[in-house]
Design a protein around this ligand. Structure first.
Ligand code: ZN
Length: 247
């Protein structure tokens, strides 16, 4: 389907914590940036309480940890070629409020994203992730309503993709879309390395990208000559694909 929009495409990523957008969607973000698109990450919290164990063990205060994670996330976003906005909404728990949703509506109306990425709606290990997803989805719906009181034009219907959670089987996550991130994997790895607080994740998400790359090749068809080192990211779609040609 063609879009009437003439400005460059835009990508919005709603991330609960400082590292989530890097591990799970860094390839998609880097690909968008490499195409000259505008990519924006909204980071709802720094993951200061729940995803910064190393910094706590080192004896830092809460405010110090927030500053460390902010800097890391900013560097990671820059490595991917994305803008980043921090809502500093607190984590463990990330509490859903209308104020946060309304702020997200403002982002939707300003950015008019063509694609939205966020967490899946189920995660028995981490309530912040589904909370972020629910707020991202609610804000999308409100931003579409002409009568909702926020600056800017009503939003269209950008497709929403859920990125892969850390424990996919427990989160009812099944790869429905496999994205080839081979050309930008180096950038994703560099972005991951901006997050030393979670160094244990670097190799894990490199290995995951290899496995998703193998699956990508298999689903692209046999013997198509794709590079052996294909790297992939997996996504689920929330809303139906809209098309005039099945493909
Ligand atoms: Zn997280």
């Amino acid at each position: 389907m063609t879009s009437a929009k003439t400005s460059p495409r835009t990508l919005l990523v709603v991330s609960a914590h400082a590292g989530d957008f890097v591990w799970r969607a860094g390839g998609a973000i880097a690909l968008a940036a490499a195409r000259g698109e505008r990519a924006k990450v909204v980071c709802l919290s720094f993951g200061e309480r729940g995803e910064s164990a190393k910094a706590w063990r080192a004896g830092n205060t809460l405010e110090e940890i927030k500053a460390i994670r902010r800097e890391e996330a900013r560097n990671a976003a820059a490595a991917l070629g994305a803008e980043i906005e921090f809502f500093d909404a607190g984590d463990y728990p990330l509490v859903e409020t209308h104020e946060l949703v309304d702020r997200l509506v403002g982002v939707y109306r300003e950015l008019a994203p063509d694609v939205v990425l966020t967490h899946p709606l189920a995660d028995p290990y981490n309530g912040d992730h589904p909370a972020a997803a629910r707020m991202a989805l609610q804000a999308r719906v409100l931003a579409q309503a002409i009568g909702y009181d926020a600056p800017g034009e009503p939003l269209g219907a950008p497709p929403v993709f859920f990125f892969e959670p850390h424990q996919p089987e427990q989160c009812d996550f099944k790869p429905e879309v496999l994205l080839d991130i081979t050309p930008v994997f180096d950038r994703k790895r560099k972005a991951m390395e901006c997050l030393p607080a979670q160094q244990h994740m670097w190799d894990y998400y490199t290995d995951l990208a290899k496995r998703r790359g193998v699956q990508l090749k298999r689903n692209a068809g046999p013997n198509l000559g794709l590079a052996h080192d294909t790297m992939g990211e997996a996504y689920m779609r929330l809303y139906p694909q809209v098309t005039d040609t099945l493909a």
